[in-house]
Design a protein around this ligand. Sequence first.
Ligand SMILES: Nc1ncnc2c1ncn2[C@@H]1O[C@H](COP(=O)(O)OP(=O)(O)OP(=O)(O)O)[C@@H](O)[C@H]1O
Length: 866
Amino acid sequence: MAKTGKKLTPMMERYLEVKHQNPGTLLLFRMGDFYELFYEDAEIAARILGITLTSRDKNSSNPIPMAGFPHHSLDSYLYKLIHAGYRAAICDQVEDPKKAKGMVKREVTRVITPGTLTDDALLDPHENNFLASIYFGKSDIGLAWLELSTGRFLTSNTTAEHLVDELARIHPAECIFAEGNTALQNAIGHLETMLSERPSWTFAEEECEKLLLTHFGTKTLEGFNLEQGTPAITAAGALLEYVQETQRSAIPHINQIEPYERGDRLLIDEATRRSLELTRTIREGKREGSLISVLDETVTSMGARLLNDWIANPLTSLDEIQKRHDSVEEISQNPVLCNDVREQLSKTYDLQRLTARIATGRASARDLSFLAQTLALLPKLKAKLSGRKAELLQSLEAGIDLCAEVRNEIETMIVEDPPLTLNEGGVIRSGFSDELDELRSLSKGGKEWIASYRNEESERVGIPHLKVGYNKVFGYYLEVSAAHADKVPEHYIRKQTLKNQERYITPELKEYEEKVLKAEERAIELEQTMFDTLREKVAKEATRTQRTAEVLAQIDVLFGLAHLATHAGYTRPEMTTDPVLDIRESRHPVLDRLQPSGEFVPNDVLLGEPYGRVQIITGPNMAGKSTYIRQAALLTLMAQIGSFIPASEARIGIADRIFARVGASDELSKGQSTFMVEMTEAARILNSASDRSLVILDEIGRGTSTYDGISLAWSMTEFLHDQIKARTLFATHYHELTELTQTLKQASNWNVAVHEQDGEIVFLHKIVEGSANKSYGIHVARLAGIPDQVIQRANQILATLEKDHFDDSGQTTIPPRKQKKSMHQQLSLFGNAPHPVLDEIRDLNVDEMTPLAALEELYRIREQLN
Ligand SMILES: Nc1ncnc2c1ncn2[C@@H]1O[C@H](COP(=O)(O)OP(=O)(O)OP(=O)(O)O)[C@@H](O)[C@H]1O
């Protein structure tokens, strides 16, 4: 920051001092009714907010760049600055205890960063706004994340391998970590999250633990099921320190911390999340066109945020999934119930964020009134849910805490539609407090007296149109037009002369004014005290209202899914632990929504027993291969979230992981080549998939030479088939790969049918068994307008290439795979001819045999060979 050569004013000296204490943060300096920014901050603000860049000390040789806006616009301008990726410190005028009353100094009252937003005006109601903290322990990595606007605080230990996936799942707005960790910055720099370095001491293990214990007022963290001394605790402590540092006010709503259990959730890595467009589209990064835009039929923001969570964490427990399906089924069979409950829910306010505001003392009278109005809806909602058969619905009904006394307290004290601020008065109902009523009547009586005094005076002194006015400088006054100034009695005291009027006060007026103003002032003071007491009382019940809010969110999501199932014609999938996918007449949830009704061509997805677990899908460009394989993954995921799916019937084997590698994306921004990223992701699939996983691959290997690509795709498919045994859908343009089915027992060929008529191709979008007999790539190129000469030459080259890849009988010239080494030796022993003993060995379920049983089997087989 350039400092001017000449002496600065004390105010600017203070600005620079505060700025120095808050590096890398835009400083919003309160100046009267304005917030002002200086130097580089002013230039940034002018660019982002579109406000005028002016300068302080315009006439000096070194004017200071300056920009500002009225204080009442703070929220909207802050919103823009934070969403543009900046941190901001609010430097307000506060009373200086060292100086005389009324003397102020400027202090930072709050630092606002993307991860520490709490005001509704700055937050997206439908999205969680997490702040995450990462700590590298000796072996594990500690991760903690917090939603400051609701107080939800989670923590877990993870590994370097899973860190990026975990962060992609949490999708934090901001991440804090110890300064100087450039490796981490490189690894997560591509995620849409602000990276905030913190001093290393804020991650000191012992201090972090102590901070948590002090905050929660406990001696150990066992009550929260947290293991002390783990990196997760350090990450959580450092996070809390950051929140205290930025908020600079109490945070009692953060009253518990949960360990995050990853075990019973379906794991989805970052590449898969992106490829499947779960919450954002790949190309435009928009919510519209993603899976969540179809699934989200919630009517509350609490429900919308929970649905985000459900999509990030699909279930893997058969029992839990079925409980959600039971609920969705029961609700969708009762459309009247569904509509009634959704209508009630739509009238509720955001109970989670309201509760947090109440707990932190930020709630207005309106907030309390909103809480009471929301609680008032609960009895009807609870009654609607009573007597339901589904176990989950029963437990949700039981979980609704009516908080009747809380509601009653608010309703008896606060008027139905309270004013925005307490200064206006009139927040507390009349009849609630005798003292307040008396003060109000005194004030009202005084005002009435002043009105009648005006009439009497007007008659007495003979001045028509005598007016009574009020201003802050000299209180109530009488206003006389200049034409009647000569009639003004002597005891009137002149206070002001305007162009056509004169203003006077009188002793009687002052006497009543005192009464009115005193009463008014005392009434407002009393209202404030009474309101604070009520707010503290309600804050004590925050845990109850917060729990009810969570229940409402779940009800909203389940009823939303049921509503969707009914309106979009979805069916309940039968769930199983067998690794199978048998989905009939299924549709892609997003395309089905976007295309005009009936235009989407439904397809069967048949994978696992008895159809074989690997499908190789060929077909021309634009035929629908990617759509089909994504559809299979999306429907599995939807089913595991608890949703019904767009299909006529389905049997879905629960997946432990879903892997999708579909299409190239923004890899270049990560500084890696497309092919390198493709291979890194493929390596990860081959290293972490299991026989319970679902793998979908789209054109793997196309980022390198055709030969390298085919070879890699070929051997990967063999590996997935033989070693991992995962259900796999592989869409490819390499027709050579269709030959794989000759050697892989569990693999089958499918293609997307096209109809060729008079040289024209009609896309049928129908998946049929068998391989595509033609690529049609050149055909599609011709349709796209490639010159005839080029097309003819391409056909010529194609014919030559095809000849090189296949022998005279049409068989591929690629040699058959060798399985495990021992098998290879036996194969050479027996030659390639089929042998019953080989088949027997192949069918042995070695994984499930005891060593003794295996030995016995070996003796028996040797007997056969003798
Ligand atoms: N089952 C279907 N019913 C109707 N339209 C479909 C269907 N499947 C795909 N489409 C349409 O075809 C378009 C292309 O589909 P998709 O991207 O899946 O083709 P592809 O075979 O993977 O093509 P490429 O090989 O060029 O990547 C889709 O955007 C969609 O509009």
